[in-house]
Design a protein. Structure first.
Lengths: 428, 428
């Protein structure tokens, strides 16, 4: 097939007529498909149902140190959960705080605490004229929502396949004391599925920010969420690297079991230096008497150890890998030769990132919506919902059944073709 | 027995010699007893073990509206949990937000949100020179810890058996715009076990605060925590009363199942007006995708309805009533005629409040501690840990086994006698 970019006006118009006919067919199908959010599908949830049997009325609900998990106590988590989550996060249990059900909530609270009380004795951010965060783009909309909510100015930093532009980051943080943080999804990034290279992580660990209270918000949401057993990305462990670089307090690292067991009923955690932990616990003890220890115990009894969790993740991979491959196969087949879009081919995580021709993303998503396919809102991957290129689209393949997903992806590619052809026709 | 206050110097000295001998005996017993916190005992936790069987791998984890509780969704809780907790709180389900495991966390977050974003469009409290809270005293130490942490000035308001001094409250809030809130435990109060009278609640609902963003923090922690089936306190429902008074947005009402099922693994909730809910949800959607719906479902399946919960509370009462009665019997027997202390006799809740002679509380607690009995820290029931009378002591009878509790209470009364006798001797 000829590239759209090389077609004449007449060829484009002819192609468009055919495409519009096809689109009408889809409209007649009364679809209601959802590719908008990174939600596990039912089959994925089913593989964790054994966790519902991990505890029952006949088992002892005491944890290793003898604490009755049913009662108050243990602000920062039960010892065996720290070991399991420590293994999952590749950190020492002593550097782990186990929280409630949501790592997003932990990130929000971390920003909120910095706003009202500052970090390790520094001025509370709410007392400063200006606070800025760096935001690798495209990125995770819920990160950006937190910083926007707190009135923190967001500065986009371009992503590459090796991680964000480190030259730009080094330059910016070394000069501007108002820059207090950066949002990172370092492994199987949201939405591109990129993993930061060894060099990127090393450079992060060696940052010399002007602000003493600058922190890297390292959201390792997909640390063990591989799609393949034989093709896995590896990430240099950031806490260890920071320690080696003489920057031990530079990072807050977040993770959860939301996409391992149940979203909303998993356990979340933070890993950081002992100094940061001390600072955090001073606040945490005022906020709660402790998180849900019974659910922590339920997770540990279900997985037993990190090997159990790793084996469990293979089951997730077996369910969602065909979905990723189906989307990629259709994108390749339908758009591979047309030069009207590029997309990522991740080895893990929950998303595929698609970039259309400049100025087309909104129209593509709106067109798909009108035919019954909901994608993530256009520009959601950019701070303030402003994608200056209007090109990035996040594809979330995990939730729909595979036949729906194929149909939705085919419709999506059709919308890409129509909107692109219209654009090229206008410009021709 | 003669009142200590009527004894001569010689009589006091003689009495003291006998008491000190007894104290030495206790010291030789190597006790390690804890009456410090309002923790349920093991037997109380055991009655909720059936909840661990309420869900298993064979049951459908969908809630009434079809939502799969295992997945993301439903920011403010599952419908059937809103009904159950609504019945528990005596509020319409539409006025309920179900949260995570800790109502303290909800209160903390409510203050934190007011600090950074203000209430319903008003100036964020962190931008004000001064923010003050009224604190009925004696009160709950963890309430005071939250306001202290946020630098909010706390103004003590004396409690009576009908609730806090309403004349003083009406006067203060009508004049001072810096007063933004008040902490209330309106039923079976912490630590006195007093319940606010109908008139007190009505006057609360009719407050005309100078500050438009003044809110009553109504922590109804012990709403259904009766000790007796036949002697129960009733509380006028504050939200309804506020609505009638034309003050619909005046109250945030908090509750949880921490002392119904498992502390740390219960569900917490907030009840408030629709205006306040809208204001809160604007923030909440940035903080989390949702709370633990599986645990909400677990609670509903276990209790079925409010009748199930009410029956369950009778089992709690049967376990802790004898403990309260044992403490009260010993206090009566040992101190009843001595005029060196007064105490409350609650119909519910978790505490008995004891008031020693002025200037004695710290010494009593320290003396009990030295003989192996840990009480709640002296002055914990006052803001800033400063009890101007040094007289209030919170007794928490629920946690220790009853024989331990009796021993601990006997030692406590002995310490009260010694410290009081010493004081009177000095003054004689």
């Amino acid at each position: 097939m000829k590239k759209y970019t090389e077609m004449t006006k007449e060829e484009l118009q002819k192609e468009l007529d055919v495409l519009n006919e096809k689109y009408k067919e889809y409209q007649g199908m009364d679809l209601a498909l959802d590719m908008s959010r990174g939600k596990p599908c039912r089959e994925q949830l089913d593989i964790s149902m054994g966790m519902m049997d991990a505890l029952n009325s006949h088992v002892d609900l005491s944890c290793e140190d003898g604490t009755d998990c049913r009662n108050y106590g243990l602000l920062d988590g039960i010892p065996e959960a720290k070991v399991l989550i420590g293994d999952m996060m590749e950190n020492h249990p002593d550097n782990i705080i186990i929280y409630g059900n949501s790592s997003l909530n932990v990130m929000y609270d971390t920003v909120a605490r910095a706003m009202t009380h500052g970090i390790m004795g520094h001025t509370p951010w709410c007392k400063l004229d200006k606070v800025k965060f760096l935001c690798p783009v495209p990125g995770y909309d819920r990160h950006f929502a937190i910083t926007e909510y707190f009135g923190i100015e967001m500065i986009p930093v371009p992503m590459t396949s090796k991680g964000p532009d480190m030259d730009m980051i080094e330059e910016l943080v070394s000069k501007d004391e108002a820059i207090k943080g950066i949002w990172c999804v370092p492994k199987y990034s949201n939405p591109q599925g990129y993993s930061y290279s060894d060099d990127t992580v090393r450079r992060f660990a060696r940052l010399r920010p002007a602000a003493q209270d600058f922190r890297i918000f390292w959201d390792n949401a997909y640390g063990i969420h591989h799609l393949y057993d034989d093709k896995q990305d590896y990430l240099v462990e950031i806490l260890a690297e920071c320690k080696k670089a003489g920057n031990p307090d530079l990072v807050y690292k977040f993770a959860s079991t939301s996409k391992i067991t149940f979203p909303g009923s998993g356990i979340a955690a933070l890993a950081t230096s002992l100094n940061n932990m001390e600072d955090i616990k001073k606040q945490l003890k005022n906020q709660t008497i402790g998180h849900d220890k019974v659910n922590q115990l339920r997770h540990v009894r279900f997985f037993k150890d990190i090997h159990g969790m790793t084996e469990h993740m293979k089951k997730h991979a077996d369910i969602i890998r065909p979905k990723f491959e189906a989307v990629l196969e259709i994108l390749d087949r339908e758009l591979g030769e047309l030069s009207i879009g590029t997309w990522t081919k991740p080895n893990g995580g929950y998303f595929i990132s698609f970039d259309s021709l400049e100025g087309c993303a909104k129209d593509i998503i709106s067109m798909a919506k009108k035919a019954g396919v909901t994608m993530t809102e256009a520009a959601a991957t950019w701070p303030y919902h402003k994608d200056p290129h209007d090109s990035n689209i996040r594809i979330a393949p995990t939730y729909p059944p595979i036949e729906d997903l194929k149909l939705a992806t085919e419709l999506f590619t059709l919308c890409v073709k129509i909107v692109s052809a219209e654009k090229l026709l206008k410009e021709a």
